[in-house]
Design a protein around this ligand. Structure first.
Ligand code: PHE
Length: 528
């Protein structure tokens, strides 16, 4: 309707000088006309020029007086012929009407006050000019400058800029707009009408609709990135060389290989090199979580204050008996050049089910399985959830995620472990590392890993590592000259640093900020 009016008018006339008058004359809403003009102007069917006009609008107070009359007029009417005491008049009127009405009444010389505080009319009859002027403005009519200034001083009206358009035919003017077509159909081709169709231009800059659901949690993004990094061929010379050659010629990070088709090939090799461990069992027996790792049964970590034990089913029934026997032996009296711990090892303790406290429980299962076959070197990694009975605070949760990695081969040394860790962390953007001697029941030597955080300008603890003890490996059946270097890190720590989150509860658990989950950027550890 509005569009037809505009285009139709321009067919017979040179110009629409003022969109406001144009809308008024036709009883159309000006907003609607403006929308049509903008759209037609965008497609260059018309050529629109801005017009700005200052116009007056009523303030709230002005609108009230337009309806009820000005205070001075109300006050005048409230004065009887014989006059009235000021006090009584005040009682008859609203406080503001009295105050303003009195002032204006005196000023207009409509009223006067005698010595005994009696207010009386000074003239017989008055006109409410203020109300009339306000009604005129409300009706869109112009009033003279002097009157407008007086009303403005009383804050009954205020200026407002009115925006409209003057419109002429544009270079693509047509009396009727052809609807631009978005799709070319089979029928268009068969009928041949495609020749006359006007196609809508493709807008490559249009934003897609933001998806309603399916947002990836920052932890999952960091995990995805790390999975790629962990499955990278750490210290595997042939593959590393290939990567650096590609790096040189493409000048991109290894991540960008996916765009030139090389990446999938490399992934196949990586997976072959570092295998992901099956971490789907959150429930583990104490045996695999602790005993197989040469962790004595009196160790404080095995206390219910630190570990969640299961009530139902409270114990495991399936353990490899001959291996259990060898583990019992090594704990009680040693073997393979070890003295053992010299205590009475209890099977009931080993049978207790728990929520795994570290993913090293999975490493122990995997190494045991590996030992059941003729020896072949292996590299394993995993990233998954672990549970600890901890008091929750800004940096601790009762469930979190660990990144675990291990290499099992002949002739490995602490130097290999340090080299691998340097390689791994360099890929995450941390090239300065320090190692601090530490203690784990299952590794010797053991090292805590510290990384220099360039943002915080300090050393932060980023993980734990070591060489698995013979007391752990030999009862499994691994050959004497086979060593295992291993490391474990939290996933939360790098993720928090990366996303600038200082309270772990904002990242994970029931208090997370859902907006953060919906709008966090992609994870490019070390490549910021
Ligand atoms: N399991 C250790 C932890 O939870 C990490 C670790 C893994 C240490 C492997 C040494 C070797 O902290």
């Amino acid at each position: 309707m509005a569009e037809e009016a505009v285009l139709g008018f321009l067919e017979k006339n040179e110009e629409i000088p003022d969109s406001g008058h144009f809308a008024d004359e036709r009883g159309l809403s000006h907003d609607e006309i403006v929308n049509v003009i903008k759209s037609l102007n965008g497609f260059r069917l018309v050529d629109a020029q801005d017009i700005k006009k200052e116009k007056w609008v009523l303030s709230d107070e002005g609108a009230t007086y337009a309806a009820t009359g000005s205070p001075e007029f109300q006050l005048f009417l409230a004065i009887p012929e014989e006059g009235i005491s000021r006090e009584e008049l005040q009682r008859k009127l609203d406080a503001s009407v009295f105050k303003i009405g009195f002032q204006q009444g005196i000023k207009n010389k409509w009223i006067e006050m005698g010595k005994s505080q009696v207010v009386s009319r000074k003239v017989q009859k008055v006109d409410d000019k203020v109300k009339d002027l306000l009604l005129q403005i409300q009706g869109g009519k112009a009033i003279n400058r002097e009157d407008a200034d007086a009303l403005k001083r009383r804050k009954l009206i205020a200026p407002q800029t009115w925006k409209g358009y003057s419109v002429k035919k544009g270079p693509k003017y047509a009396p009727k707009r052809k609807k631009a077509v978005t799709d070319l159909t089979r029928d268009n081709l068969l009928r041949g009408d495609w020749k006359d169709l006007e196609f809508k231009e493709y807008n490559f800059l249009a934003k897609g609709l933001p998806p309603e659901g399916g947002h990836l949690h920052p932890l999952l993004k960091a995990r995805m990135y790390l999975l790629r990094t962990s499955s990278f061929p750490l210290n595997a010379p042939c593959i590393t060389n290939k990567v650096s050659v590609l790096k040189k010629c493409t000048k991109t990070s290894p991540d960008d290989f996916s765009s030139n088709g090389v990446w999938p090939v490399i992934i196949v090799i990586y997976i072959y090199v570092f295998e992901e461990m099956p971490t789907n069992n959150y429930v583990e027996s104490s045996f695999w979580n602790f005993d197989a790792l040469f962790q004595p049964q009196q160790h404080p970590a095995r206390d219910s204050h630190d570990t969640f034990f299961l009530q139902e089913p409270s114990t495991t029934k399936l353990l490899p008996e001959d291996y259990v026997e060898r583990v019992k032996q090594i704990h009680e009296s040693g073997g393979y050049d070890s003295r053992g711990y010299g205590y009475v090892w209890k099977r009931e303790e080993a049978n207790k089910n728990l929520l795994r406290t570290h993913t090293t429980a999975v490493s122990s299962r995997m190494l045991y399985l590996l030992a059941q076959q003729p020896f072949a070197p292996k590299r394993y990694y995993s990233i998954d959830r672990v549970f600890r009975n901890e008091a929750v605070d800004r940096t601790h949760l009762a469930e979190f995620h660990q990144i675990e990695g291990l290499i099992c081969d002949r002739g490995l040394s602490l130097g290999d472990l340090q080299g691998v860790l340097h390689d791994f962390f360099a890929r995450l953007g941390m090239s300065k590392l320090r190692f601090k001697p530490a203690y784990n029941p299952y590794t010797e030597p053991s090292m805590e890993i510290f990384g220099y955080h360039e943002g915080f300008k300090k050393w932060v603890e980023i993980g734990n590592s070591g060489m698995f003890r013979p007391e752990m490996l030999r009862p499994m059946g691994l050959p004497e000259d086979v060593q295992v270097i291993a490391w474990g890190l939290s996933l939360e720590r790098p993720t928090m640093i990366l996303y600038g989150i200082d309270n772990i509860r904002d990242l994970f658990g029931h208090k997370v900020n859902l907006d953060l989950i919906k709008s966090n950027p992609i994870c490019r550890l070390g490549l910021q």
